[in-house]
Write a protein that binds this ligand. Structure first.
Ligand code: V4E
Length: 198
């Protein structure tokens, strides 16, 4: 499945409006550890390798260029596909392969996520906690099975967001916000490579 998502910064009134008639699906708390090399081998290609509660996941970009309005990533969640996609050795588990290939953690983030459903949309309200700051962000998501459906899903999210009177503007995700505040060299390299907007 392909997750088409758009992030929003939500004020209290936005949140109240968005959650009106939404169904609460549950709360989950998880910790992500993101990995890259010091040459930023993955993030400079907009690839994001993380261990979520110890289980590896890889986000691969499906969009092209910076002028996208929604963030589209393919997500791999099994070890073999991730190793294959990254050209890692077939032998061994990712956790053990990473140090040998000089991959180290660059961001650890604890997220408390409250999930809701409103119509066909999934709404995630995240509180991301870092050692000395926290960051709130909302996401509206639609799942599609075919790449061909991405454009339509993106448009649906934007129409829904406008109906909900949300501001449609580029928003920094939690990892991007962490890099901006705590790893400015990494952040700058991503801006220069046009992976993120400065
Ligand atoms: C994709 C990405 C990063 C990895 C973190 O992705 P994010 O969607 O923020 O995490 P999360 O926890 O919500 O994932 P989910 O649980 O939904 O799978 S860090 C930077 N990026 C890329 C990126 C970008 N290119 N531009 C902007 C504005 N944000 C993020």
């Amino acid at each position: 499945m392909i997750e088409v998502e758009k992030k929003f910064l939500l004020g209290d009134e936005d949140t109240a409006r968005l959650l009106l008639d939404a169904r609460f699906l549950g709360e989950r708390v998880f910790t992500d550890i993101y990995y890259d090399t010091k040459e930023l081998t993955l993030s400079l290609l907009d690839k994001w390798l993380r261990a979520r509660e110890g289980k590896f996941e890889l986000k691969l970009p499906l969009h092209s260029g910076m002028n996208r309005l929604a963030d589209q990533y393919d997500e791999l969640e099994d070890e073999e596909s991730i190793k294959n996609a990254l050209g890692f050795p077939r032998e061994g588990v990712i956790k053990d392969i990473l140090p040998a290939l000089q991959y180290t953690p660059f961001c650890t983030c604890k997220t408390t996520r409250r999930k809701y459903q409103k119509g066909e949309f999934i709404i995630d309200l995240d509180l991301a906690e870092f050692p000395d700051f926290s960051y709130r962000i909302g996401e509206i998501e639609l799942m599609v099975s075919e790449k061909l459906d991405i454009a339509e899903a993106t448009e649906k999210i934007l129409v829904f967001a406008r109906e909900q009177k949300l501001a449609i503007a580029p928003v920094r995700g939690k990892v991007t916000e962490y890099l901006r505040r705590k790893k400015p060299d990494h952040y700058r390299a991503l801006v220069e490579a046009k992976i993120i907007q400065g």
